[in-house]
Design a protein around this ligand. Structure first.
Ligand code: GLY
Length: 564
């Protein structure tokens, strides 16, 4: 018995009994804090962010340190080989937005994923070297630090280097995930990432090549990524797998500072991301279309409120497909899309007793084959500065290509372009000219980093990974709080549904639309499909007495909150 107990209690060494190994963190799902709070995707990353905040760093400092830490401890989506978006509101109410989305390389062309017959070649934009867009993450992190950071750069990169050098203990879920992608890793890399097939729960995962790259970034800032040794390794990797990205593409990468989308909804003011994300425009359109209706009287996921919300989603995603793309390359008519009269007109044909209809474009393939991998952090610091950042490689581990010798995964973000009008991408989203491929252009995103104000103060900070379901998850979480009166954790964890115009299907989690609502929707003419996973919200709420409530989503075991 004693021996058994010894074996069961935490020995990290082989003792003659089975090696007992444990992960050294626990994810906290909710918390209330008086000064500062974080909601993020992994306890090791929130630990890093919390330390920065406690040492007097501001929300941007914490976000800088966390993003690098996430590239180490959350490699399926945390990244330096991808891109992201920041929505920022400082303690005085000044707002800003940073677009550090990937860009198409100079050699990219409109039909690069089509065969001779003009059909999309399956897999070309989702896996392997051709799927990779020029990463923006390191340039983005440096830009936000230069404009708003307060702590020295090197101090903020250091925790990630330490995590990569000394390692962190992986959970069983991480072991399973690394094993699940092993075949892909092998197929798209000369040196297979995480090739150790004996990997077990609690094993220390060290990433020495990644530590080397992070050290170059620590010493040289973005030049440690876009130039010098990292750039050389990157371009070698591209050449070895038929990728397009050159040294010039890397050296030419620029971020864009943008003005956040702002939309009033009752006594709330919603700030979110403008193009090259569709998130802010679609969210603003949806709340404007919903505002005239008595949502709280209709009740949470009643047949009436669900049907209304679905019809609003349908209209917003139809506009997304037609009009939205990188506004640096295509005129996106944002003012018209957000015009109150236009949006009132959009609902003129809404009928509360029957299903609307999407124009069908021969797509309908939209099984969402990839998992919903992107990631998000929400931070409020002790001064009241707020950060909402969503960052991604697109799919789980992006293109599955790791830069040999540099230790980081590359995105498969090129799939977010419209490879061919009307043909769905891996999220089932269709697009047209607005989102066609063009050298230098950013692919359209659904990422929706959002900050909500009430009475001139911060009210909520939220966002999520989840591909096309991000925008509707942010909408529903916001409505759960402000219309259905839910405490934040309940709002985050409530079951959700989603409609994206095409395919003309309501996808929903198992527990959503219960009590006969599904049946009534089918009766009205809707098609429903149950899915296992949806967007994973990370949210903060400031209560009237100043208490900061943090909630992490139960949908991801590692989602974690921290604060003080
Ligand atoms: N890659 C997912 C998105 O940006 O929407």
């Amino acid at each position: 018995m004693r021996l058994l107990l010894l074996c069961l209690t935490a020995s990290l060494f082989l003792t003659g009994c089975r090696q007992e190994i444990k992960i050294d963190y626990v994810a906290e799902k909710t918390g209330s804090f008086s000064k500062a709070a974080i909601s993020g995707p992994h306890p090791k990353a929130t630990e890093v962010g919390l330390e920065v905040l406690k040492n007097g760093g501001n929300a941007i400092d914490a976000a800088v340190a966390m993003q690098f830490a996430m590239a180490v401890v959350y490699p399926r989506a945390g990244n330096i080989g991808g891109g992201g978006f920041l929505v920022y509101r400082d303690k005085d109410g000044n707002t800003d937005a940073l677009d550090y989305r990937e860009r198409a390389p100079a050699a990219a062309s409109r039909d690069m994923y089509l065969d001779e017959e003009g059909d999309v070649i399956p897999g070309l934009s989702t896996r392997g070297h051709l799927a990779v867009g020029v990463p923006g993450t390191v340039a983005g992190i440096e830009a936000m630090h230069k404009k708003y950071g307060s702590k020295p750069w090197a101090e903020l990169v250091a925790p990630a280097i330490k995590l990569a050098q000394t390692g962190y203990r992986i959970s069983q879920a991480e072991v399973n995930r690394l094993k699940r992608y092993h075949t892909d890793f092998k197929a798209f890399n000369t040196t297979t990432p995480f090739s150790d097939s004996t990997m077990v729960e609690g094993q220390l995962l060290k990433q020495l090549n990644l530590a080397g790259t992070l050290t170059r970034i620590k010493e040289k800032g973005k030049a440690g990524f876009y130039q010098g040794k990292t750039a050389e390794l990157f371009v070698e990797e591209m050449k070895s797998g038929g990728g397009l990205i050159t040294k010039k593409d890397l050296a030419d990468y620029e971020v864009s500072w943008r003005t956040p989308i702002r939309k009033e909804y009752k006594e709330y003011s919603i700030l979110s991301m403008p193009p090259s994300s569709s998130g802010g425009v679609a969210l603003a359109q949806m709340v404007e279309m919903l505002e005239p209706f008595p949502l709280s009287d209709l009740g949470f996921q009643s047949t009436a409120s669900a049907q209304l919300t679905v019809e609003v989603m349908r209209r917003a995603y139809a506009d997304r497909a037609e009009y939205l793309g990188d506004s640096d390359y295509y005129h996106v008519p944002i003012d018209s899309l957000l015009n109150d009269d236009y949006l009132a007109g959009r609902m003129a044909d809404y009928r509360p007793d029957s299903a609307g209809s999407s124009d069908f474009i021969g797509a309908g393939l939209a099984t969402i084959r990839e998992s919903y991998e992107t990631t998000h952090i929400s931070i409020i610091d002790a001064e009241g500065n707020a950060v909402s950042i969503t960052t991604t490689l697109n799919g789980n581990f992006g293109s599955k290509v790791m830069v040999d010798g540099a230790g980081f995964f590359l995105n498969n973000e090129m799939d977010d372009f419209s490879a061919k009008p009307g043909v769905p991408n891996m999220f089932g989203l269709v697009g047209k000219e607005a989102n066609a491929i063009h050298p230098g252009k950013r692919m359209l995103s659904s990422m929706t980093p959002t900050i909500v104000e009430k009475d001139g103060e911060i009210f909520m900070v939220l966002g999520a990974p989840g591909g096309s379901t991000i925008i509707t998850a942010v909408l529903q979480t916001f409505l759960n709080v402000v219309e259905y009166g839910m405490p934040l954790a309940d709002a985050v964890n409530a079951p959700r549904f989603h409609h994206q115009w095409l395919p003309d299907v309501i996808v929903h989690e198992k527990a959503a639309l219960g009590n006969g609502v599904k049946e009534e929707l089918i009766e009205m003419g809707y098609t429903l499909r149950e899915v296992n996973s949806m967007a994973v919200i990370k949210a903060l709420q400031r209560l009237p007495d100043g208490t900061l409530v943090a909630a992490a989503d139960e949908r991801n075991a590692d989602d974690d909150v921290a604060g003080y």
